[in-house]
Write a protein that binds this ligand. Structure first.
Ligand code: ATP
Length: 302
């Protein structure tokens, strides 16, 4: 049984002189989830990661990883986690394979068939010197290094930077597989679409303050979406008026566009009687909108 929660911070605070990089962070990452940690540049994501990994010392507060104190038991923790730092540094003269061998020897118990699978999936070239690889291809070696020991927790700081879209998709599938096995992923990112696709829950951080923690599914259900109906014959906008959650109705002869919020049931019920519907198009709710709303609210209160 993997320890639940995987990460737990209590009043975690970090000041750099006058800069309050992290303020009283209380955060919980559950076993078996992908937790997206979202925030703009300078929000405090890297500071959070470096503090919980005992690379820097907190000004106040504490954290536990897999039930262990991050400072007192940092060595034991390192054996159970995979880490992709934001500023990946490797020995330029070693090949990818040599790099992975080096890490595998430090840790032991690495399944090389699994390493081969990971390399195939990410289209990583392990025979070139790391120093000769592009930054995206070097990043793949870093990802394999973190995944290869099948850690109970993966901590990754902006791991998709430099990966092309196909590889990003594969990487997202790999994260979902980790969660499906009951292991956990802490994913720091400013790529909203990625978090939306891969995370179970998301924490939003701004100027060192955690301003929201939400299930991604919740955020979606709460956000406004656009939907478009195509009918076989002209319809009136009035067909959609007064339906719960529906706003901004535009009817252009046989085409009707509208926004809705909340559950789609009432809307579908209202159009169900129309056997003249030819097509329906919905547009994915966008985390970006929700994200901006949080930021605006926060700014207004400040
Ligand atoms: P990014 O997305 O750009 O990586 P981030 O969310 O990871 O940003 P942090 O790197 O944690 O943000 O930085 C948080 C704040 O702390 C910023 O204001 C930054 O300037 C400051 N900061 C970080 N490291 C130091 C340091 N060593 N000395 C002084 N200030 C620092």
């Amino acid at each position: 049984m993997i320890h639940d929660p995987a990460i737990e911070t209590t009043g975690l605070t970090k000041h750099y002189g006058d800069v309050e990089a992290l303020v009283a962070l209380d955060l919980e990452v559950r076993a078996g989830e992908v937790f997206g940690f979202l925030g703009p540049n300078g929000a405090g994501k890297t500071t959070t990661i470096r503090t919980i990994l005992d690379e820097i010392f907190p000004t106040a507060g504490s954290a536990r990883i897999l039930g262990m104190d991050t400072h007192a038991q940092s060595v034991a923790i390192r054996r159970r986690i995979g880490y992709v730092p934001g500023d990946l540094s490797m020995y330029p003269n070693l090949t990818g394979r040599d790099t992975l061998t080096y890490f595998a020897n430090l840790r032991g118990g690495v399944d090389w068939d699994y390493v081969g699978d990971l390399a195939d999936r990410l289209a990583a070239d392990l025979d070139k010197k790391v120093g000769d690889l592009s930054s995206g291809n070097r990043q793949k070696v870093g990802l394999i290094q973190a995944f290869m020991s099948k850690p109970d927790l993966l901590v990754m700081d902006e791991p998709s930077s430099g990966l092309d879209p196909l590889v990003q998709r594969e990487f997202q599938a790999m994260m979902r597989e980790v969660a499906a096995e009951g292991r956990s992923v802490f994913l720091s990112s400013h790529t909203l679409s990625e978090v939306q696709r891969v995370a179970d829950r998301v924490g939003i951080i701004r100027t060192g303050h955690l301003i929201a923690v939400e299930a991604v599914a919740e955020l979606r259900a709460r956000s406004k979406r656009r939907i478009e109906f195509q009918f076989g014959s002209p319809v009136e906008a009035s067909l959609f008026e007064g339906i719960d959650g529906v706003t901004d109705v535009q009817a252009l002869r046989r085409r009707v566009m509208l926004s809705y919020e909340g559950h789609i049931g009432a809307l579908l019920h209202a159009v169900a009687g129309h056997n003249d519907i030819v097509d329906v198009t919905t547009h994915e709710a966008d985390l970006e909108e929700i994200f901006l709303t949080y930021y605006r609210d926060e700014e207004e209160t400040a």
